[in-house]
Design a protein around this ligand. Structure first.
Ligand code: GLN
Length: 280
């Protein structure tokens, strides 16, 4: 069988299982199978595919048909300016989270040598994107998951910024190291009982610990705000990702911990998604 017919078969199968991006997904999974990029696939669609590759391809198509996200099947996701190594141990970087990076870069345009803390670093997509753009910034990342820290380390090495990144396995409330010019966090903020209603690809495949914010969705956010108010320098900026219905509650929590609200911002779907504040 040639590449093009295999892709068509894969795409038809995904379509029959109601995967909306069936053609694109099939092409990406073929590229992954034969370890080439999508351009190669399109330019060499008449090349024959060997038996082993074909069976590996069908296996990936099967997993995709059951909802496994493309980022986990290909172990990669593009975010900001870089490709990140991703496994099922980390949340898949979201385009909406690029808002955090955008804010961070804007707020630090004329700063140098600042010290940033990322609480719940996950894949590292936020802080590593910033370290890559700002060559004199220093980063610290913490996470409760050792596997996340390993993935962040791999990404830091791939992006050539690992000498400027320190990583610690810690609960947010137990971490007491250092003082930071800027703190950033995309904590878990989904209400636990809502989790099962998220899209199947998210609910069944992404790590619960990266999503679940307890009964009211705010249990981790509360801890992150409290800890940030202790670890941030005076006048330091704090950039936080929040759920679409949490703006007012989170603003109150921030004010109570001595933060001044600079701005709140909406994501691509026009939901409140990010709060920028300053420790006063
Ligand atoms: N924005 C994510 C989602 O769409 C949630 C991320 C988080 O809880 N930090 O599911």
């Amino acid at each position: 069988m040639n590449i093009s017919s295999a892709i068509n078969e894969g795409s038809k199968f995904l379509k029959s299982k109601f995967i909306s991006s069936s053609q694109l997904d099939s092409e990406i999974l073929m590229a992954k199978t034969i370890d080439k990029d999508r351009n190669y696939i399109l330019l060499n669609s008449n090349n024959l595919i060997n038996k082993d590759d074909l069976s590996n391809f069908y296996d990936l198509i099967k997993q995709r048909s059951l909802g496994s996200p493309i980022a986990y099947l290909t172990n990669s996701k593009f975010f900001w300016n870089s490709k990140f190594y991703i496994t099922e141990d980390v949340l898949i970087p979201r385009p909406d989270t690029e808002l955090i990076v955008e804010n961070l870069l804007r707020l630090t345009k004329h700063k140098n040598k600042i010290n940033i803390l990322d609480i719940g670093i996950g894949s590292g997509c936020i802080i590593l994107s910033v370290l890559k753009e700002r060559e004199d910034f220093i980063g610290t990342g913490i996470d409760i998951s050792k596997k996340c820290l390993n993935i962040s380390r791999i990404n830091a090495i791939n992006l050539n910024v690992s000498s400027r990144l320190k990583l610690y396995k810690s609960d947010v409330d137990k971490f007491n190291l250092g003082k930071y010019d800027l703190i950033v966090s995309n904590p878990p903020y989904i209400k636990t009982h809502i989790l099962k209603y998220l899209e199947r690809d998210v609910a069944n495949f992404e790590p619960r610990t990266a999503l679940s914010g307890g009964l009211d969705g705010l249990s981790e956010i509360r801890k992150v705000i409290k800890k940030s108010s202790e670890l941030i320098k005076k006048n330091g900026k704090f950039i936080l990702e929040i759920g679409y219905d949490q703006k007012n509650k989170v603003i109150n929590l921030l004010k109570k911990e001595g933060f001044y609200i600079n701005s709140t911002q909406k994501d691509l779907a026009y939901n409140d998604r990010c709060i920028v504040s300053t420790k006063i």
